[in-house]
Ligand binder design. Structure first.
Ligand code: TYD
Length: 137
């Protein structure tokens, strides 16, 4: 998979003087049924998250509050993306190595995922991920 398949999704934003509203629908704003939601919060300054790739899982990552960076890598190309709006999501397809860093104070990172948690879906070693990309495993 190429990082070119990962892209920013512009989510609907219902602007209102009482506060804005954004919604996300499976198979409409993301190309999968949403089977799991998880979020990172209270991330200490300087901490790094991620550091893995998924074999089958697709995800949409949204900065619900604050900001952070996501570095996506397909084994050939790498790109750093800054997320800081709760109406923009980063779609990440399977087989993309990702690292999250540069978390602002109070940042909340919400992840919508296409499947339930399954440790066997992870590549947690970059070398193993690279071998898989190169068809060695
Ligand atoms: P991990 O996916 O490594 O976190 P991140 O990518 O955000 O840095 O998960 C950290 C721990 O949490 C690990 O022990 C697995 C567990 N976990 C679950 O039990 N369920 C989940 O849905 C997720 C995402 C993680």
């Amino acid at each position: 998979m190429s990082i070119d398949k990962c892209h920013i999704v512009d989510l609907p934003k219902i602007a209102d003087s009482r506060g804005n509203l954004t919604f996300i629908e499976g198979q409409r704003h993301v190309p999968f049924d949403i089977r799991r939601v998880y979020y990172l919060y209270d991330v200490p300054g300087g901490a790094e998250r991620g550091g893995h790739a998924h074999k089958q899982l697709s995800q949409l990552i949204v900065a619900m509050a604050g900001s952070f960076d996501i570095v996506i890598n397909d084994g050939i190309k790498e790109k750093r993306i800054h997320l800081n709006r709760s109406y923009k999501g980063l779609y990440i397809c399977p087989m993309i190595w990702r690292e999250l860093d540069n978390f602002s104070s109070g940042a909340v990172c919400m992840v919508l995922a296409s499947n339930l948690y399954d440790e066997s879906d992870y590549y947690r070693e970059y070398s193993t991920f690279l071998e898989a990309i190169q068809g060695k495993t």
